[in-house]
Design a binder for this molecule. Structure first.
Ligand SMILES: [Zn+2]
Length: 469
């Protein structure tokens, strides 16, 4: 009898768990579409799986889930569905960001963006956002809680907690870990507080990273890193889950690299590395054969390139006026900055990522907002244009931004693609980002778990706040 009841309960359970914050009075003004059944008809669909874009499709949403996807000619909206004719529009899965910050760094006063970051991420289609290091971890946790409780619209945040580093850390923003006991205490603490990832920084030793990975994995927490002291090959061997930034931070290729030491000027040394060389190509193939993923952050590095970076006036409008003046001064002095990324180096980063994917490696992407004028949401979309420049097809670039990210987070059974049975996280854009990449900025509606949010209202609510709130 008990056995039968258990089986019945199992059979009645939904295919996959769904997450949907409540629509409260605070969130309601941002909601454009909230109906039990919704049919988006006549859309161009880039579904996130890497399949070629398909014209004139219909996507049916029932509650939180996608229940039908097919040609509009043969996919009839269910009786009673709210039918939205989206001729001239395109649909992609909700973006999955893997290097998101909710503080604004790179300016004199670091602030938590608990109001503007959730709004801007969602406004540009980011429905799942893994933070990659927090400066103000309790404010970040409180921000996630506000989204989960329906006090503000925002993406499904996955929180990393504070930056972690090794005992020799000179950084003043990281927890320097000196012993296995400390590692266990700190990881246990942040796992209990809700972190599902931890982020390590660039002077950690192999022994300490081994401890971090062991303790994190024992708690079901994954580990990402912006490395320097540890090579990509060593990190993969130690079981790191995701390497941030790709080629520019890989110390594998630095001549005379000493174990556990971050070589001086690491990121500049890469300018002289030949990505086409047999040595680098072999390292790419070896890394692609491991379980360690890579997170592309091409677009933020472009903001350190005097040859290339054009500050975006639309994103400048989102800044607090005082912070805006500071960002504009940063831009005016870009060539005198501490980090200069040449176009040649960017091209090497692009080639390395393309070859990594061609070799079977798992590549996701994140924005890494920064005081160079690089904002949440805008940065995630800019990555799409950069991945196209790197040689990915539109479908492959969208896959990096969506389903691959979901795979890295271990959420791909539920999110990351516009397919039947997955959660209805999707982005409606005006135009055709296959033919005109910039059209991906023209977000009209963002669906998170079947609820459609008005992108323009989300942006309006964030205007003038970035850098302060
Ligand atoms: Zn970062």
């Amino acid at each position: 009898m008990l056995r039968a009841a258990v089986l019945l309960a199992f059979a009645a359970a939904p295919l996959v768990a769904q997450t949907r914050p409540p629509i409260t009075a605070e969130v309601r003004p941002f909601v454009a579409v909230d109906a039990p059944v919704v049919a988006l008809t006549h859309v161009r669909l880039i579904d996130g799986t890497g399949a070629p874009p398909r014209e004139d499709q219909t996507v049916v949403i029932n509650g939180t889930q996608i229940t039908a996807v097919g040609p509009s000619a043969t996919t009839t909206p269910p009786a009673g569905a709210r039918v939205i004719d989206l001729t001239g529009h395109s649909v992609t899965p909700g973006l999955v960001g893997l290097h998101e910050h909710t503080y604004f760094g790179g300016v004199r006063r670091i602030t938590q963006m608990s109001t503007s970051a959730p709004l801007l991420y969602l406004a540009f289609g980011v429905t799942t956002a893994m933070t990659a290091g927090s400066m103000l971890p309790y404010q970040e946790l409180a921000m996630k809680r506000a989204v989960d409780l329906g006090r503000t619209p925002g993406p499904d945040f996955r929180i990393t907690g504070p930056y972690l580093d090794g005992a020799s850390a000179r950084s003043t923003n990281a927890r320097a870990l000196a012993s296995p006991e400390e590692v266990k205490r700190v990881i246990t603490y942040w796992a209990d507080e809700g972190a599902t990832w931890v982020k390590v920084q660039g002077t950690i030793s192999r022994a300490t990273l081994r401890d971090v990975v062991r303790e994190a994995h024992a708690r079901g927490v994954k580990v990402t890193g912006h490395l320097c002291s540890i090579t990509f090959a060593e990190a993969a061997e130690l079981g790191l889950d995701a390497l941030q930034h790709g080629f520019i931070t890989a110390s594998d290729y630095v001549p005379g690299k000493q174990p556990d030491a971050c070589p001086a000027g690491n990121m500049r040394v890469q300018t002289d590395v030949d990505v086409a060389s047999a040595e680098v190509q072999a390292s790419i193939r070896a890394l692609a054969g491991t379980k360690t993923a890579v997170v592309s952050t091409l677009a933020v590095y472009e903001t350190f390139s005097p040859e290339r970076f054009q500050i975006d006036t639309a994103s400048l409008e989102m800044l607090d006026p005082e912070v805006r003046r500071e960002v504009e001064a940063n831009y005016a002095n870009i060539a005198k900055g501490g980090l200069i990324v040449t176009n040649g180096l960017l091209q090497k980063m692009m080639r390395w990522e393309r070859d990594f994917v061609a070799a079977g490696g798992l590549l996701g992407a994140g924005s890494d907002p920064w005081g160079t004028g690089f904002l949440p949401g805008y940065g995630n979309v800019r990555n799409y244009e950069m991945l196209l420049e790197a040689g990915f097809s539109p479908a492959a670039a969208i896959q990096v931004l969506t389903l691959n990210g979901a795979r890295i987070l271990g959420l791909d059974a539920r999110i990351g693609a516009v397919t039947v049975g997955r959660q209805a996280d999707l982005v409606v854009v005006r135009g055709d980002p296959v033919q005109r990449p910039r059209d991906l900025y023209n977000v009209v509606t963002v669906f998170r778990a079947g609820v459609g949010y008005d992108a323009a209202k989300l942006k309006d609510a964030a205007r003038g706040l970035v850098g302060v709130r």
